[in-house]
Ligand binder design. Sequence first.
Ligand code: PEP
Ligand code: MG
Length: 600
Amino acid sequence: MIDGRDRWLIGIGASPGIAIGRAHVVDRRRVKVPKRHIVEAEVQDELDRLDAAVASTDEELDRIKRKFHDRDQNGGEDHHQIIEAHQMMLHDEHHLLGPTRRRIRDEKVNAEWALRRTVEEIKSVFDAIEEDYFRERRSDVDFVGDRLLHNLLGEHVDVLGSTPPGAVVVAHDLSPADTAHLHRSQVAAFVTDAGGKTSHSAILARAFEIPAVVGIEHATERIVPGGLVIVDGGRGEVLVNPTPGEVEEYRSRIRRHRAFVGELLGNRDLPAETSDGARVHIYANVEITDEIPSALDHGAEGIGLYRTEFLYLDRADLPREEEHYMHARGVLRRLAGLPATFRTFDLGGDKVARFSPSLHIGHEANPALGLRSIRLCLKERGLFKTQLRGLLRATAYGKARIMFPMISGVGELRAAKAILDEAKDELRREGLPFDEQVPVGIMVEMPSAALTADLLARECDFLSIGTNDLIQYALAIDRVNEHVGYLYHPLHPAMLRMVRYVVDAGHAAGIKVGMCGEMAGEPLFAVVLCGLGLDELSMNSTSIPVVKSVIRASSQVEAQRLASDVLGIATVEEVEAFVQREMGTRFSDDLLRAAGESAG
Ligand code: PEP
Ligand code: MG
Protein backbone atom coordinates (compact mmCIF):
# COMPACT_ATOMS: atom_id res chain seq x y z
CA MET A 1 0.00 0.00 0.00
CA ILE A 2 1.90 3.03 1.22
CA ASP A 3 5.34 3.51 2.71
CA GLY A 4 7.24 6.39 4.34
CA ARG A 5 8.43 7.80 1.02
CA ASP A 6 5.10 8.46 -0.54
CA ARG A 7 2.90 9.48 2.31
CA TRP A 8 2.07 12.67 0.40
CA LEU A 9 -0.58 12.20 -2.25
CA ILE A 10 -0.97 15.11 -4.62
CA GLY A 11 -4.17 15.88 -6.48
CA ILE A 12 -6.33 18.85 -7.39
CA GLY A 13 -7.55 21.07 -4.55
CA ALA A 14 -11.30 20.97 -5.17
CA SER A 15 -12.61 22.51 -1.96
CA PRO A 16 -10.49 24.39 0.58
CA GLY A 17 -10.08 23.61 4.24
CA ILE A 18 -8.10 21.15 6.32
CA ALA A 19 -9.59 18.00 7.79
CA ILE A 20 -8.10 15.22 9.90
CA GLY A 21 -9.94 11.92 10.06
CA ARG A 22 -10.00 8.18 9.48
CA ALA A 23 -10.26 6.96 5.89
CA HIS A 24 -13.54 5.39 4.84
CA VAL A 25 -12.75 3.79 1.49
CA VAL A 26 -15.69 3.06 -0.78
CA ASP A 27 -15.47 1.68 -4.25
CA ARG A 28 -18.66 0.86 -6.04
CA ARG A 29 -16.75 -0.95 -8.75
CA ARG A 30 -15.47 -3.47 -6.22
CA VAL A 31 -18.29 -3.90 -3.73
CA LYS A 32 -21.38 -3.56 -5.79
CA VAL A 33 -22.65 -7.10 -6.00
CA PRO A 34 -21.85 -9.86 -3.50
CA LYS A 35 -21.28 -13.38 -4.80
CA ARG A 36 -22.45 -16.18 -2.54
CA HIS A 37 -22.58 -19.89 -3.16
CA ILE A 38 -25.81 -21.47 -2.02
CA VAL A 39 -26.83 -24.99 -1.17
CA GLU A 40 -29.67 -26.88 -2.88
CA ALA A 41 -32.07 -26.07 -0.04
CA GLU A 42 -31.58 -22.32 -0.62
CA VAL A 43 -32.33 -22.38 -4.34
CA GLN A 44 -36.07 -21.88 -3.93
CA ASP A 45 -35.50 -18.95 -1.53
CA GLU A 46 -33.30 -17.23 -4.09
CA LEU A 47 -35.85 -17.84 -6.87
CA ASP A 48 -38.56 -16.38 -4.62
CA ARG A 49 -36.40 -13.35 -3.85
CA LEU A 50 -35.93 -12.79 -7.57
CA ASP A 51 -39.70 -12.99 -8.16
CA ALA A 52 -40.37 -10.56 -5.30
CA ALA A 53 -37.82 -8.11 -6.69
CA VAL A 54 -39.41 -8.36 -10.16
CA ALA A 55 -42.82 -7.60 -8.62
CA SER A 56 -41.48 -4.56 -6.70
CA THR A 57 -39.70 -3.25 -9.77
CA ASP A 58 -42.87 -3.68 -11.79
CA GLU A 59 -44.81 -1.65 -9.22
CA GLU A 60 -42.17 1.10 -9.28
CA LEU A 61 -42.36 1.29 -13.06
CA ASP A 62 -46.15 1.42 -12.85
CA ARG A 63 -45.87 4.35 -10.47
CA ILE A 64 -43.52 6.21 -12.81
CA LYS A 65 -45.88 5.50 -15.70
CA ARG A 66 -48.79 6.95 -13.76
CA LYS A 67 -46.77 10.06 -12.96
CA PHE A 68 -46.01 10.66 -16.61
CA HIS A 69 -49.63 10.06 -17.44
CA ASP A 70 -50.84 12.53 -14.78
CA ARG A 71 -48.50 15.19 -16.06
CA ASP A 72 -50.34 15.00 -19.36
CA GLN A 73 -47.65 17.00 -21.15
CA ASN A 74 -46.21 16.85 -24.65
CA GLY A 75 -44.13 13.77 -24.92
CA GLY A 76 -46.07 11.98 -22.19
CA GLU A 77 -47.00 9.28 -24.65
CA ASP A 78 -43.33 8.66 -25.48
CA HIS A 79 -42.47 8.23 -21.82
CA HIS A 80 -45.35 5.87 -21.37
CA GLN A 81 -44.07 3.68 -24.17
CA ILE A 82 -40.52 3.71 -22.83
CA ILE A 83 -41.64 2.55 -19.39
CA GLU A 84 -43.77 -0.14 -21.02
CA ALA A 85 -40.72 -1.29 -22.94
CA HIS A 86 -38.83 -1.45 -19.64
CA GLN A 87 -41.61 -3.54 -18.15
CA MET A 88 -41.50 -5.92 -21.09
CA MET A 89 -37.75 -6.22 -20.64
CA LEU A 90 -38.26 -6.86 -16.93
CA HIS A 91 -40.56 -9.81 -17.66
CA ASP A 92 -38.46 -11.14 -20.52
CA GLU A 93 -38.21 -14.86 -19.75
CA HIS A 94 -36.08 -15.65 -22.76
CA HIS A 95 -33.20 -13.19 -22.18
CA LEU A 96 -33.40 -11.99 -18.58
CA LEU A 97 -35.36 -14.08 -16.13
CA GLY A 98 -34.85 -17.53 -17.65
CA PRO A 99 -31.03 -17.33 -17.75
CA THR A 100 -30.94 -15.76 -14.26
CA ARG A 101 -33.05 -18.60 -12.83
CA ARG A 102 -30.88 -21.15 -14.60
CA ARG A 103 -27.76 -19.67 -13.01
CA ILE A 104 -29.31 -19.77 -9.55
CA ARG A 105 -30.31 -23.42 -10.06
CA ASP A 106 -27.31 -24.73 -11.99
CA GLU A 107 -24.41 -22.63 -10.70
CA LYS A 108 -25.88 -22.41 -7.18
CA VAL A 109 -25.25 -18.71 -6.73
CA ASN A 110 -27.28 -15.96 -5.08
CA ALA A 111 -29.87 -14.07 -7.12
CA GLU A 112 -27.89 -10.79 -7.27
CA TRP A 113 -24.85 -12.48 -8.74
CA ALA A 114 -26.89 -14.48 -11.21
CA LEU A 115 -28.72 -11.35 -12.31
CA ARG A 116 -25.54 -9.36 -12.75
CA ARG A 117 -23.97 -12.03 -14.91
CA THR A 118 -27.09 -12.20 -17.08
CA VAL A 119 -27.24 -8.41 -17.50
CA GLU A 120 -23.57 -8.32 -18.48
CA GLU A 121 -24.18 -11.03 -21.02
CA ILE A 122 -27.08 -9.12 -22.60
CA LYS A 123 -25.05 -5.92 -22.70
CA SER A 124 -22.10 -7.60 -24.36
CA VAL A 125 -24.41 -8.70 -27.17
CA PHE A 126 -25.55 -5.08 -27.64
CA ASP A 127 -21.96 -3.85 -27.46
CA ALA A 128 -21.02 -5.95 -30.44
CA ILE A 129 -23.63 -4.22 -32.60
CA GLU A 130 -22.58 -0.97 -34.26
CA GLU A 131 -25.98 0.64 -34.65
CA ASP A 132 -26.93 3.52 -32.33
CA TYR A 133 -30.39 2.08 -31.77
CA PHE A 134 -28.93 -0.98 -30.08
CA ARG A 135 -26.43 1.07 -28.12
CA GLU A 136 -29.36 3.02 -26.67
CA ARG A 137 -31.07 -0.24 -25.73
CA ARG A 138 -27.95 -1.04 -23.72
CA SER A 139 -28.76 1.80 -21.33
CA ASP A 140 -32.33 0.50 -21.05
CA VAL A 141 -30.94 -2.86 -19.98
CA ASP A 142 -28.78 -1.06 -17.41
CA PHE A 143 -31.76 0.82 -16.12
CA VAL A 144 -33.94 -2.27 -15.68
CA GLY A 145 -31.03 -4.31 -14.31
CA ASP A 146 -30.08 -1.61 -11.77
CA ARG A 147 -33.61 -1.23 -10.51
CA LEU A 148 -34.01 -4.95 -10.14
CA LEU A 149 -30.67 -5.23 -8.39
CA HIS A 150 -31.56 -2.38 -6.08
CA ASN A 151 -34.70 -4.21 -5.02
CA LEU A 152 -32.76 -7.43 -4.48
CA LEU A 153 -30.04 -5.81 -2.42
CA GLY A 154 -32.37 -3.59 -0.43
CA GLU A 155 -30.39 -0.95 1.42
CA HIS A 156 -27.02 -2.60 0.86
CA VAL A 157 -26.79 -1.04 -2.57
CA ASP A 158 -26.06 2.33 -1.02
CA VAL A 159 -22.36 2.02 -0.29
CA LEU A 160 -22.23 5.54 1.10
CA GLY A 161 -25.16 4.92 3.41
CA SER A 162 -23.08 3.82 6.36
CA THR A 163 -20.47 6.56 6.25
CA PRO A 164 -19.52 7.48 9.82
CA PRO A 165 -19.62 11.20 10.71
CA GLY A 166 -16.15 12.73 10.80
CA ALA A 167 -14.75 10.22 8.27
CA VAL A 168 -12.62 11.10 5.27
CA VAL A 169 -14.40 9.40 2.38
CA VAL A 170 -12.09 7.99 -0.26
CA ALA A 171 -13.84 6.97 -3.48
CA HIS A 172 -13.10 6.40 -7.11
CA ASP A 173 -15.64 9.03 -8.09
CA LEU A 174 -18.59 10.76 -6.51
CA SER A 175 -21.69 12.09 -8.20
CA PRO A 176 -23.23 15.42 -7.15
CA ALA A 177 -25.99 13.41 -5.44
CA ASP A 178 -23.36 11.43 -3.47
CA THR A 179 -21.76 14.68 -2.38
CA ALA A 180 -25.07 16.01 -1.08
CA HIS A 181 -25.48 12.71 0.77
CA LEU A 182 -22.01 13.04 2.33
CA HIS A 183 -22.90 16.52 3.50
CA ARG A 184 -25.89 15.10 5.33
CA SER A 185 -23.67 12.39 6.85
CA GLN A 186 -21.32 15.10 8.19
CA VAL A 187 -18.16 13.68 6.71
CA ALA A 188 -14.91 15.56 7.39
CA ALA A 189 -13.57 15.55 3.83
CA PHE A 190 -13.45 13.54 0.66
CA VAL A 191 -10.76 12.35 -1.70
CA THR A 192 -11.34 10.85 -5.15
CA ASP A 193 -9.33 9.17 -7.89
CA ALA A 194 -11.30 11.02 -10.57
CA GLY A 195 -12.78 14.48 -11.00
CA GLY A 196 -11.76 18.04 -11.78
CA LYS A 197 -11.91 21.39 -10.06
CA THR A 198 -15.11 22.48 -11.77
CA SER A 199 -16.90 19.12 -11.66
CA HIS A 200 -20.24 19.55 -9.93
CA SER A 201 -19.15 17.37 -7.02
CA ALA A 202 -16.28 19.80 -6.41
CA ILE A 203 -18.62 22.78 -6.67
CA LEU A 204 -20.98 21.19 -4.17
CA ALA A 205 -18.13 20.35 -1.80
CA ARG A 206 -17.19 24.03 -1.75
CA ALA A 207 -20.83 24.98 -1.20
CA PHE A 208 -21.07 22.61 1.75
CA GLU A 209 -17.61 23.60 2.98
CA ILE A 210 -16.37 20.02 2.84
CA PRO A 211 -12.59 20.02 2.18
CA ALA A 212 -11.90 17.90 -0.91
CA VAL A 213 -9.01 16.76 -3.06
CA VAL A 214 -9.83 15.12 -6.38
CA GLY A 215 -7.81 13.55 -9.17
CA ILE A 216 -5.35 11.60 -6.99
CA GLU A 217 -4.24 8.66 -9.04
CA HIS A 218 -5.31 5.37 -7.40
CA ALA A 219 -6.24 7.04 -4.10
CA THR A 220 -8.65 4.19 -3.39
CA GLU A 221 -5.78 1.72 -3.61
CA ARG A 222 -3.13 3.82 -1.89
CA ILE A 223 -5.11 4.81 1.20
CA VAL A 224 -5.66 2.11 3.81
CA PRO A 225 -9.23 1.89 5.18
CA GLY A 226 -9.35 3.08 8.77
CA GLY A 227 -5.96 4.83 8.60
CA LEU A 228 -5.52 8.41 9.76
CA VAL A 229 -5.27 10.98 6.94
CA ILE A 230 -4.96 14.74 6.70
CA VAL A 231 -6.70 16.43 3.77
CA ASP A 232 -5.59 19.90 2.72
CA GLY A 233 -8.23 20.91 0.19
CA GLY A 234 -6.65 24.31 -0.51
CA ARG A 235 -3.31 22.87 -1.55
CA GLY A 236 -4.67 19.67 -3.07
CA GLU A 237 -2.63 17.43 -0.77
CA VAL A 238 -3.41 14.37 1.33
CA LEU A 239 -1.04 13.17 4.03
CA VAL A 240 -1.36 9.50 4.94
CA ASN A 241 -0.35 8.16 8.39
CA PRO A 242 0.70 11.53 9.82
CA THR A 243 3.03 11.62 12.84
CA PRO A 244 1.68 13.21 16.08
CA GLY A 245 3.86 16.25 15.32
CA GLU A 246 2.30 16.63 11.88
CA VAL A 247 -1.21 16.32 13.31
CA GLU A 248 -0.42 19.09 15.81
CA GLU A 249 1.03 21.31 13.07
CA TYR A 250 -2.15 20.96 10.99
CA ARG A 251 -4.35 21.56 14.02
CA SER A 252 -2.63 24.87 14.60
CA ARG A 253 -3.07 25.75 10.90
CA ILE A 254 -6.81 25.05 11.26
CA ARG A 255 -6.95 27.43 14.27
CA ARG A 256 -5.09 30.19 12.40
CA HIS A 257 -7.33 29.80 9.35
CA ARG A 258 -10.49 30.00 11.46
CA ALA A 259 -9.30 33.18 13.16
CA PHE A 260 -8.48 34.75 9.78
CA VAL A 261 -11.84 33.84 8.25
CA GLY A 262 -13.56 35.20 11.38
CA GLU A 263 -11.88 38.57 10.80
CA LEU A 264 -12.91 38.64 7.14
CA LEU A 265 -16.50 37.93 8.05
CA GLY A 266 -16.55 41.19 10.00
CA ASN A 267 -16.74 43.01 6.62
CA ARG A 268 -19.39 40.83 5.07
CA ASP A 269 -22.15 43.46 5.05
CA LEU A 270 -20.07 46.15 3.36
CA PRO A 271 -20.64 46.59 -0.38
CA ALA A 272 -18.02 45.51 -2.93
CA GLU A 273 -17.15 49.05 -3.90
CA THR A 274 -13.74 50.22 -5.07
CA SER A 275 -12.05 53.19 -3.39
CA ASP A 276 -13.16 55.39 -6.33
CA GLY A 277 -16.81 54.34 -6.13
CA ALA A 278 -17.26 51.56 -8.72
CA ARG A 279 -19.78 49.04 -7.45
CA VAL A 280 -19.83 45.32 -8.22
CA HIS A 281 -22.78 43.23 -7.03
CA ILE A 282 -21.74 40.08 -5.22
CA TYR A 283 -24.11 37.15 -5.32
CA ALA A 284 -24.02 33.54 -4.21
CA ASN A 285 -24.24 30.36 -6.28
CA VAL A 286 -26.69 28.03 -4.61
CA GLU A 287 -27.72 24.43 -5.30
CA ILE A 288 -30.16 23.67 -2.50
CA THR A 289 -32.19 25.87 -0.16
CA ASP A 290 -30.19 24.76 2.89
CA GLU A 291 -27.31 26.84 1.57
CA ILE A 292 -29.26 30.12 1.66
CA PRO A 293 -28.61 30.98 5.35
CA SER A 294 -24.87 30.47 4.79
CA ALA A 295 -25.00 32.65 1.64
CA LEU A 296 -26.63 35.47 3.61
CA ASP A 297 -24.26 35.00 6.55
CA HIS A 298 -21.33 35.41 4.18
CA GLY A 299 -22.73 38.71 2.87
CA ALA A 300 -24.40 37.72 -0.43
CA GLU A 301 -26.61 40.41 -1.94
CA GLY A 302 -28.81 37.73 -3.45
CA ILE A 303 -28.45 34.58 -5.53
CA GLY A 304 -26.77 35.00 -8.90
CA LEU A 305 -27.07 31.36 -9.89
CA TYR A 306 -29.64 28.96 -8.49
CA ARG A 307 -28.85 25.56 -10.00
CA THR A 308 -32.41 24.25 -10.15
CA GLU A 309 -31.38 20.88 -11.58
CA PHE A 310 -30.47 19.74 -8.08
CA LEU A 311 -34.20 19.39 -7.50
CA TYR A 312 -34.13 16.54 -10.02
CA LEU A 313 -31.16 14.62 -8.59
CA ASP A 314 -31.14 11.84 -6.01
CA ARG A 315 -34.74 10.79 -6.65
CA ALA A 316 -36.61 8.40 -8.91
CA ASP A 317 -39.51 10.65 -9.95
CA LEU A 318 -39.78 14.01 -11.63
CA PRO A 319 -40.64 17.26 -9.86
CA ARG A 320 -44.07 18.58 -10.80
CA GLU A 321 -45.12 22.16 -11.42
CA GLU A 322 -46.37 22.60 -7.87
CA GLU A 323 -43.03 21.51 -6.45
CA HIS A 324 -41.10 23.93 -8.68
CA TYR A 325 -43.45 26.68 -7.64
CA MET A 326 -43.29 25.98 -3.91
CA HIS A 327 -39.54 25.51 -4.03
CA ALA A 328 -38.80 28.76 -5.88
CA ARG A 329 -41.32 30.63 -3.78
CA GLY A 330 -39.58 29.29 -0.64
CA VAL A 331 -36.22 30.52 -1.98
CA LEU A 332 -37.62 34.01 -2.57
CA ARG A 333 -39.25 34.07 0.84
CA ARG A 334 -35.95 33.18 2.51
CA LEU A 335 -34.22 35.96 0.57
CA ALA A 336 -36.70 38.53 1.94
CA GLY A 337 -36.56 40.94 -0.99
CA LEU A 338 -33.05 40.14 -2.28
CA PRO A 339 -32.93 38.91 -5.88
CA ALA A 340 -32.58 35.32 -7.09
CA THR A 341 -31.60 34.17 -10.57
CA PHE A 342 -33.14 30.79 -11.28
CA ARG A 343 -31.27 28.91 -13.94
CA THR A 344 -33.60 26.48 -15.69
CA PHE A 345 -32.57 22.86 -15.31
CA ASP A 346 -29.12 22.00 -16.58
CA LEU A 347 -29.24 18.20 -16.53
CA GLY A 348 -26.94 15.91 -18.46
CA GLY A 349 -23.14 16.11 -18.52
CA ASP A 350 -22.01 15.13 -15.01
CA LYS A 351 -25.45 15.83 -13.54
CA VAL A 352 -27.37 12.75 -14.44
CA ALA A 353 -30.70 12.14 -12.82
CA ARG A 354 -31.72 8.62 -11.87
CA PHE A 355 -34.62 8.68 -14.27
CA SER A 356 -32.38 9.67 -17.21
CA PRO A 357 -33.16 6.45 -19.07
CA SER A 358 -36.78 7.55 -19.20
CA LEU A 359 -35.61 10.92 -20.51
CA HIS A 360 -33.95 8.93 -23.22
CA ILE A 361 -30.55 10.56 -22.99
CA GLY A 362 -29.08 7.11 -23.50
CA HIS A 363 -25.42 6.23 -23.23
CA GLU A 364 -23.26 9.09 -24.46
CA ALA A 365 -19.62 8.72 -25.42
CA ASN A 366 -19.05 12.37 -24.60
CA PRO A 367 -21.77 13.72 -22.29
CA ALA A 368 -20.26 17.23 -22.18
CA LEU A 369 -21.00 17.55 -25.89
CA GLY A 370 -24.21 15.57 -25.78
CA LEU A 371 -27.85 15.99 -25.00
CA ARG A 372 -27.53 18.25 -21.97
CA SER A 373 -28.95 21.43 -20.59
CA ILE A 374 -31.05 23.63 -22.91
CA ARG A 375 -30.83 20.99 -25.65
CA LEU A 376 -32.59 18.57 -23.37
CA CYS A 377 -35.13 21.27 -22.40
CA LEU A 378 -35.95 21.96 -26.02
CA LYS A 379 -36.34 18.25 -26.69
CA GLU A 380 -38.36 17.52 -23.56
CA ARG A 381 -40.58 20.55 -23.98
CA GLY A 382 -43.21 19.27 -21.60
CA LEU A 383 -40.69 18.92 -18.78
CA PHE A 384 -39.28 22.34 -19.54
CA LYS A 385 -42.65 24.02 -19.57
CA THR A 386 -43.59 22.37 -16.29
CA GLN A 387 -40.57 24.01 -14.69
CA LEU A 388 -41.13 27.35 -16.39
CA ARG A 389 -44.75 27.50 -15.21
CA GLY A 390 -43.65 26.73 -11.64
CA LEU A 391 -40.87 29.31 -11.71
CA LEU A 392 -43.07 31.96 -13.31
CA ARG A 393 -45.75 31.52 -10.66
CA ALA A 394 -43.11 32.00 -7.96
CA THR A 395 -41.98 35.33 -9.50
CA ALA A 396 -45.11 36.91 -8.03
CA TYR A 397 -43.50 36.53 -4.58
CA GLY A 398 -40.12 38.25 -4.86
CA LYS A 399 -37.39 39.59 -7.07
CA ALA A 400 -36.65 36.79 -9.53
CA ARG A 401 -34.83 36.43 -12.82
CA ILE A 402 -34.93 33.47 -15.19
CA MET A 403 -31.75 32.33 -16.92
CA PHE A 404 -31.27 29.76 -19.69
CA PRO A 405 -28.06 27.65 -19.65
CA MET A 406 -25.88 26.50 -22.57
CA ILE A 407 -27.41 28.78 -25.17
CA SER A 408 -25.41 28.41 -28.38
CA GLY A 409 -26.89 31.36 -30.24
CA VAL A 410 -29.94 33.46 -30.97
CA GLY A 411 -31.93 30.56 -32.47
CA GLU A 412 -31.88 28.59 -29.21
CA LEU A 413 -32.59 31.70 -27.17
CA ARG A 414 -35.69 32.38 -29.29
CA ALA A 415 -36.84 28.78 -29.02
CA ALA A 416 -36.50 28.85 -25.21
CA LYS A 417 -38.25 32.21 -25.00
CA ALA A 418 -41.08 30.91 -27.16
CA ILE A 419 -41.78 28.14 -24.63
CA LEU A 420 -41.55 30.70 -21.83
CA ASP A 421 -44.10 32.85 -23.68
CA GLU A 422 -46.40 29.86 -24.09
CA ALA A 423 -46.16 29.24 -20.34
CA LYS A 424 -46.93 32.90 -19.66
CA ASP A 425 -49.96 32.80 -21.97
CA GLU A 426 -51.28 29.73 -20.22
CA LEU A 427 -50.91 31.31 -16.80
CA ARG A 428 -52.65 34.48 -17.96
CA ARG A 429 -55.54 32.41 -19.31
CA GLU A 430 -55.73 30.50 -16.05
CA GLY A 431 -55.63 33.73 -14.06
CA LEU A 432 -52.47 32.72 -12.17
CA PRO A 433 -50.29 35.70 -11.20
CA PHE A 434 -46.64 36.14 -12.13
CA ASP A 435 -44.22 39.01 -12.63
CA GLU A 436 -44.90 40.27 -16.17
CA GLN A 437 -41.55 42.08 -16.13
CA VAL A 438 -39.44 39.11 -14.99
CA PRO A 439 -35.97 39.63 -16.50
CA VAL A 440 -34.85 36.81 -18.79
CA GLY A 441 -31.18 36.21 -19.45
CA ILE A 442 -28.73 33.60 -20.59
CA MET A 443 -25.52 32.01 -19.53
CA VAL A 444 -22.68 32.63 -21.91
CA GLU A 445 -20.81 29.36 -21.62
CA MET A 446 -20.18 28.31 -25.19
CA PRO A 447 -17.68 30.03 -27.47
CA SER A 448 -20.47 30.39 -30.06
CA ALA A 449 -22.49 32.42 -27.55
CA ALA A 450 -19.49 34.54 -26.55
CA LEU A 451 -18.79 35.38 -30.19
CA THR A 452 -22.42 36.32 -30.86
CA ALA A 453 -22.90 38.10 -27.54
CA ASP A 454 -23.81 41.33 -29.35
CA LEU A 455 -26.71 39.57 -31.11
CA LEU A 456 -27.81 37.73 -27.98
CA ALA A 457 -27.63 40.87 -25.85
CA ARG A 458 -30.28 42.54 -28.02
CA GLU A 459 -32.78 39.82 -27.17
CA CYS A 460 -32.33 39.32 -23.45
CA ASP A 461 -32.18 41.30 -20.22
CA PHE A 462 -28.83 40.19 -18.84
CA LEU A 463 -25.84 37.96 -19.60
CA SER A 464 -23.94 35.81 -17.14
CA ILE A 465 -20.63 34.24 -18.13
CA GLY A 466 -20.37 30.59 -17.06
CA THR A 467 -16.63 30.11 -17.07
CA ASN A 468 -16.69 26.47 -15.99
CA ASP A 469 -18.19 25.44 -19.27
CA LEU A 470 -16.72 28.27 -21.30
CA ILE A 471 -13.21 27.13 -20.30
CA GLN A 472 -14.18 23.52 -21.00
CA TYR A 473 -15.39 24.29 -24.50
CA ALA A 474 -12.92 27.05 -25.43
CA LEU A 475 -9.80 25.23 -24.23
CA ALA A 476 -11.17 21.75 -25.04
CA ILE A 477 -10.74 20.28 -21.54
CA ASP A 478 -13.36 17.98 -20.11
CA ARG A 479 -14.11 19.50 -16.71
CA VAL A 480 -14.50 16.13 -15.01
CA ASN A 481 -11.40 14.54 -16.50
CA GLU A 482 -8.55 14.50 -13.98
CA HIS A 483 -5.93 13.91 -16.66
CA VAL A 484 -6.44 17.31 -18.27
CA GLY A 485 -7.03 19.31 -15.07
CA TYR A 486 -3.59 20.88 -15.45
CA LEU A 487 -4.86 22.70 -18.56
CA TYR A 488 -7.56 24.53 -16.61
CA HIS A 489 -6.42 28.15 -16.93
CA PRO A 490 -9.09 30.81 -16.42
CA LEU A 491 -6.55 33.53 -17.28
CA HIS A 492 -5.88 32.12 -20.74
CA PRO A 493 -5.70 35.05 -23.19
CA ALA A 494 -8.60 33.52 -25.14
CA MET A 495 -10.77 33.63 -22.00
CA LEU A 496 -9.80 37.19 -21.16
CA ARG A 497 -10.64 38.31 -24.68
CA MET A 498 -13.98 36.55 -24.62
CA VAL A 499 -14.89 38.07 -21.26
CA ARG A 500 -13.98 41.54 -22.50
CA TYR A 501 -15.98 41.02 -25.70
CA VAL A 502 -19.08 39.77 -23.87
CA VAL A 503 -18.95 42.63 -21.33
CA ASP A 504 -18.62 45.24 -24.07
CA ALA A 505 -21.40 43.64 -26.13
CA GLY A 506 -23.74 43.57 -23.13
CA HIS A 507 -22.98 47.16 -22.20
CA ALA A 508 -23.45 48.35 -25.77
CA ALA A 509 -26.95 46.85 -25.64
CA GLY A 510 -27.58 48.53 -22.28
CA ILE A 511 -27.72 45.35 -20.17
CA LYS A 512 -25.74 44.08 -17.21
CA VAL A 513 -23.09 41.39 -17.55
CA GLY A 514 -22.17 39.06 -14.71
CA MET A 515 -19.98 36.04 -14.17
CA CYS A 516 -21.10 32.96 -12.27
CA GLY A 517 -18.45 30.33 -13.01
CA GLU A 518 -15.88 29.36 -10.37
CA MET A 519 -13.51 31.98 -11.79
CA ALA A 520 -15.74 34.69 -10.29
CA GLY A 521 -14.94 33.54 -6.74
CA GLU A 522 -11.17 33.54 -7.09
CA PRO A 523 -9.74 36.47 -5.05
CA LEU A 524 -6.61 36.53 -7.19
CA PHE A 525 -8.74 37.37 -10.25
CA ALA A 526 -11.18 39.81 -8.60
CA VAL A 527 -9.36 43.01 -9.57
CA VAL A 528 -8.84 41.88 -13.18
CA LEU A 529 -12.54 41.01 -13.44
CA CYS A 530 -13.54 44.45 -12.11
CA GLY A 531 -11.20 46.02 -14.62
CA LEU A 532 -12.81 44.02 -17.44
CA GLY A 533 -16.08 45.72 -16.46
CA LEU A 534 -18.20 42.93 -14.97
CA ASP A 535 -21.23 44.26 -13.10
CA GLU A 536 -21.97 41.17 -11.03
CA LEU A 537 -19.93 38.29 -9.66
CA SER A 538 -21.70 35.20 -8.36
CA MET A 539 -19.72 32.64 -6.39
CA ASN A 540 -19.58 30.06 -3.66
CA SER A 541 -20.64 31.71 -0.42
CA THR A 542 -17.31 31.16 1.31
CA SER A 543 -15.49 33.25 -1.30
CA ILE A 544 -17.73 36.29 -0.79
CA PRO A 545 -16.00 37.99 2.18
CA VAL A 546 -12.54 37.69 0.70
CA VAL A 547 -13.58 38.85 -2.79
CA LYS A 548 -15.35 41.84 -1.23
CA SER A 549 -12.24 42.71 0.78
CA VAL A 550 -10.03 42.59 -2.31
CA ILE A 551 -12.38 44.79 -4.34
CA ARG A 552 -12.79 47.30 -1.52
CA ALA A 553 -9.03 47.64 -1.24
CA SER A 554 -8.63 48.47 -4.97
CA SER A 555 -9.52 51.36 -7.24
CA GLN A 556 -11.36 51.05 -10.54
CA VAL A 557 -8.66 53.04 -12.28
CA GLU A 558 -5.94 50.56 -11.26
CA ALA A 559 -8.25 47.64 -12.03
CA GLN A 560 -8.78 48.94 -15.56
CA ARG A 561 -5.06 49.44 -16.00
CA LEU A 562 -4.42 45.88 -14.83
CA ALA A 563 -7.06 44.51 -17.20
CA SER A 564 -5.64 46.39 -20.14
CA ASP A 565 -2.12 45.17 -19.25
CA VAL A 566 -3.16 41.51 -19.07
CA LEU A 567 -5.02 41.78 -22.38
CA GLY A 568 -1.71 42.71 -23.98
CA ILE A 569 0.14 39.59 -22.75
CA ALA A 570 0.57 36.69 -25.14
CA THR A 571 0.81 33.53 -23.01
CA VAL A 572 -1.20 32.19 -20.13
CA GLU A 573 1.96 31.52 -18.09
CA GLU A 574 2.98 35.17 -18.41
CA VAL A 575 -0.50 36.40 -17.54
CA GLU A 576 -0.58 34.21 -14.43
CA ALA A 577 2.88 35.30 -13.32
CA PHE A 578 1.97 38.94 -13.92
CA VAL A 579 -1.30 38.73 -11.97
CA GLN A 580 0.37 36.80 -9.12
CA ARG A 581 3.07 39.46 -8.89
CA GLU A 582 0.68 42.41 -9.05
CA MET A 583 -1.72 40.96 -6.51
CA GLY A 584 1.12 39.67 -4.34
CA THR A 585 2.45 43.17 -3.86
CA ARG A 586 -0.95 44.46 -2.77
CA PHE A 587 -2.44 41.64 -0.73
CA SER A 588 -1.22 39.15 1.82
CA ASP A 589 -0.77 35.53 0.89
CA ASP A 590 -3.35 34.60 3.54
CA LEU A 591 -5.94 36.78 1.89
CA LEU A 592 -5.31 35.51 -1.61
CA ARG A 593 -5.39 31.91 -0.42
CA ALA A 594 -8.40 32.40 1.81
CA ALA A 595 -10.72 30.94 -0.79
CA GLY A 596 -8.21 28.11 -1.17
CA GLU A 597 -7.73 28.24 -4.90
CA SER A 598 -4.69 28.83 -7.03
CA ALA A 599 -4.24 30.40 -10.41
CA GLY A 600 -4.34 27.14 -12.25
C1 PEP B 1 -20.58 27.37 -15.58
O1 PEP B 1 -20.57 26.56 -16.52
O2 PEP B 1 -19.68 28.20 -15.39
C2 PEP B 1 -21.68 27.37 -14.62
C3 PEP B 1 -21.74 28.27 -13.66
O3 PEP B 1 -22.61 26.38 -14.72
P1 PEP B 1 -22.37 24.89 -14.19
O4 PEP B 1 -21.08 24.90 -13.40
O5 PEP B 1 -23.52 24.50 -13.35
O6 PEP B 1 -22.28 24.12 -15.45
MG1 MG C 1 -22.36 25.51 -17.04
